[in-house]
Ligand binder design. Sequence first.
Ligand SMILES: N[C@@H](CCC(=O)N[C@@H](CS)C(=O)NCC(=O)O)C(=O)O
Length: 202
Amino acid sequence: MKLYDFPGAPNPKKLRIYLAEKGIEVPVEQVDLVSGRNRTPEFLKKNPLGGLPVLELDDGSCLTESLAIIEYFEDQHPEPPMIGATPLERARTREIERICELGVLNGVATVFQNTHPMFAGRIKQSADAAEGGRMRLGNALKVIDARIGTKPFVAGNRPTIADCTLLASLDFAQFAGVEIPKDLTNVHRWAAAFRRRPSAKA
Ligand SMILES: N[C@@H](CCC(=O)N[C@@H](CS)C(=O)NCC(=O)O)C(=O)O
């Protein structure tokens, strides 16, 4: 088994936080996204979409979506549960995790890609698209802030995949220079606490 990884990117980071929380160790090979090593014919055989992370299994086949990879590990290492322990907990955890990824991670990515000079020559940047991304981000964060409330973790009293996705998304926001509104006090309190966990440095 081998994990293809890149330190600065949010989807690989989400998976590394999960693995660190679980105490699962996997051999890792770095694939440099900046120089485009993920776009070489050799790597595209592993993932035709070129994205990271990729988990290569012992038979040489590859899993290519971060959440699918997490669920593959979760099925083999069910304790402690990180996608909930009952049908309702599992549904609630998945629900809020989707809001973290589709609202926060994708919102930050949309703002970044439509405003940062790094993308100026790569895509047709649009102020409207950036504004749409900011709105999606703000709406999702409000829901997440309310869901966290006074709880220690995004989906309750223990860490779940929702924490992994949210931290990776907020780290990405920091890197991209996308501000998280200060009035989201539960999100900020949660982030400060989660960043003190060893897994946050994975
Ligand atoms: N939905 C995929 C997204 C994978 C993805 O787009 N990864 C980004 C890094 S966060 C990447 O590799 N981008 C470089 C590229 O696509 O060329 C997942 O969750 O694994």
